[in-house]
Design a protein around this ligand. Structure first.
Ligand code: FES
Length: 322
């Protein structure tokens, strides 16, 4: 006899309860289990929901956008590098400060420690500027977490600057204590930075999965005449949204197809503006060349996946990834 729907639901609930302890319950007797019980990730997760921070992030974001950085802004974003520059620049102050912390444990290293602390303070400035330029073009949740990351790192810079001054004045122990306090603040900032990058995916190429989820071979999108000329339109190929732009005949009449979700923060390029052979993302203004997906402007550091296109004998539009 088959169970009724009600009995079936009851049985499944009971099964879930019975097995809940076996699935994902941290074992307090293992190192991983103990680490999982530390209250580390929940408070950092909560920052993204702390909308009280918006009264700070809004004016700061506008101030960063208003900085007269010119072409330096693009340099700091890392488009030339293919990924954000900020994580690379951070290595210098963190390496210098960590080295100073080790030397501070050894005798006769006062001068080297002072030089390393000062080097770290100077190197933190371009690293911070690169971080701020990235931060200004992120989503509100990321900006809330990011501003706390920046506050912790700013505290670290202040403590290390005070440490440097104390060392210059020959106040060795004070300089060391301030240095270790700075390292503590920088570690908190680093942990939140890791959360930003790996949990909240700031700086990650959002278009990277496209080649892994589009099946190989040619795919038919419909008839070429279904797509408007000179206007961006959106087509769903399986689970992957595509941007389709049909060029006017006088511009060659080709059909350009890119992945629709912007590599920067997943903005829909089909909602953007098409002009001069490029599409501009409506979210933060990244500009992608339709012919090859190259990112030629804005905060995106990765190009956009581009599809090959062909027209079948019956006028059908077909696409495939190269
Ligand atoms: S989502 Fe930020 S520029 Fe496209």
């Amino acid at each position: 006899m088959h169970p009724t729907a009600r009995e079936d639901t009851k049985d499944h609930t009971a099964d879930t309860t019975d097995t809940a302890g076996a699935c994902g319950a941290p074992g307090a007797d293992t190192l991983t289990g103990r680490l999982e019980q530390l209250p580390l990730s929940a408070p950092v997760d909560a920052l993204a929901r702390a909308d009280a921070l918006d009264s700070v992030t809004g004016p700061l974001r506008d101030a960063v956008h208003a900085l007269p950085l010119g072409t330096v802004r693009d340099l700091l974003r890392g488009r030339w590098l293919g990924h954000p520059l900020h994580p690379l620049l951070v290595q210098v102050p963190m390496g210098a400060w960590l080295s100073a912390g080790v030397l501070d444990l050894l005798p006769g290293t006062e001068r080297a420690g002072r030089v390393l602390v000062g080097t770290g303070v100077l190197a933190a400035l371009p690293a911070a500027l690169a971080g701020w330029t990235d931060w200004a073009d992120t989503r509100p949740e990321q900006q809330r977490t990011g501003v706390v990351h920046a506050a912790a790192n700013s505290l670290a810079v202040g403590l290390y600057a005070a440490s440097f001054v104390a060392r210059l004045r020959g106040r060795r122990w004070r300089g060391r204590a301030l240095g270790y306090a700075g390292m503590t603040a920088a570690s908190v900032g680093g942990m939140i930075g890791g959360h930003l990058a790996y949990r909240q995916a700031v700086g990650v190429n959002k278009a990277e999965p496209v080649p892994h989820v589009v099946p190989e071979g040619w795919h038919r999108l419909g008839s070429v005449s279904d797509f408007p000329v000179g206007e961006p339109s959106r087509f769903l190929l399986g689970e992957v949204p595509l941007l389709v732009v049909r060029e006017p005949d006088e511009a060659g009449g080709r059909v350009r197809v890119l992945a629709d979700r912007c590599s920067h923060q997943s903005g829909a390029l089909s909602g953007g503006r098409v002009a001069d052979g490029c599409v501009t993302c409506p979210l933060h203004g990244s500009v992608f060349r339709l012919a090859d997906g190259a990112n030629v402007g804005g905060p995106a550091t990765a190009p956009q996946p581009v599809f090959e296109t062909r027209t079948a004998d019956d006028g059908g539009l077909e696409v495939r990834l190269p």
